[in-house]
Design a protein around this ligand. Structure first.
Ligand code: PEP
Length: 252
């Protein structure tokens, strides 16, 4: 089955409202026409409304970087998935290694978030990935299998088939040390095999799997050429309009 590539930017905690708006204005009408790639920008919650309004009617889709798993209530400082959907947000990144490490998010939290995102008609971009220590110990495959198994538990076949999973080795994020494309393909293959084991072949052939970790316009083609890589989750190289557009151009 042909899977449509998806490139998602993750701005992390960067930009002001003015810069976010300028980015959307510069990018939204320059996305390759008849685009063969889904183009997504993951913004801090503060700028989502501005971005959704600016991108309305264009090929540019907007993602949050996190949300809570309850729709409303006494959860000071959290972001409601129902409110995100109401704004017009399409995707939510969950389980990013920075959230797991600095904010102590567990597989169970991330699983609840995935369910809440689907319940609110949005698509999760579910991140998984191993530390350098796990990688060097040769335990990446079992680590990834466990993150996928625990993170997706209780989701329906239809939900898993429609979601995006990002494999991001922690040692490659923001370090400039991108994983070799063959390694990225192997581990994205482990993700796909794990999904197949849990949900069957049809679902595993539909789910889109991204590689993330120091992807830039100069190296994205190497990853996209691989069988199991359907796109990229990109931090640093997604911040500037020219660089983001160059990523899309390299894929189309
Ligand atoms: C990320 O933030 O998910 C990421 C992959 O960052 P970078 O592209 O900067 O390594």
């Amino acid at each position: 089955m042909a899977r449509k590539p998806i490139i998602a930017g993750n701005w992390k905690m960067n930009k002001t409202a003015k810069e976010a708006k300028e980015f959307a204005e510069a990018v939204k009408n320059n996305i390759p026409s008849n685009s063969k790639v889904d183009s997504v920008v993951g913004s801090p919650a503060l700028f989502l409304q501005e971005l959704v309004e600016s991108a309305n009617g264009t090929e540019l889709k907007i993602s949050a970087q996190n949300c809570y798993f309850e729709n409303a209530g006494a959860f000071t400082g959290e972001t409601s998935p129902a409110a995100l959907n109401d704004l017009g947000v399409d995707y939510v990144i969950i389980g990013h290694s920075e959230r797991r490490e600095y904010f102590h998010e567990t597989d169970e939290d991330i699983n609840k978030k995935a369910k809440a995102i689907f319940a609110n008609n949005m698509t999760p971009i579910f991140c998984c990935g191993e530390t350098l220590e796990t990688y060097e110990a040769g335990k990446t495959a079992e680590w990834i299998e466990s993150q996928i198994t625990n993170g997706l538990v209780g989701l329906s076949n239809e939900q898993v088939a429609s979601m995006v999973i990002a494999y991001e080795p922690i040692w490659a994020i923001g370090t400039g040390k991108s994983a070799d494309a063959n390694i990225a393909d192997d581990i994205c293959g482990v993700v796909r095999k794990t999904v197949e084991k849990l949900y069957g072949k049809e679902v595993s052939e539909s789910v889109r799997i991204q590689y993330g970790g120091s992807v830039k316009p100069e190296n994205i083609a190497e990853y996209m050429a691989k069988e199991n890589v359907d796109g990229a989750l990109v931090g640093g190289a997604s911040l500037q309009p020219d660089s983001f557009l160059a990523l899309l151009e390299a894929v189309k």
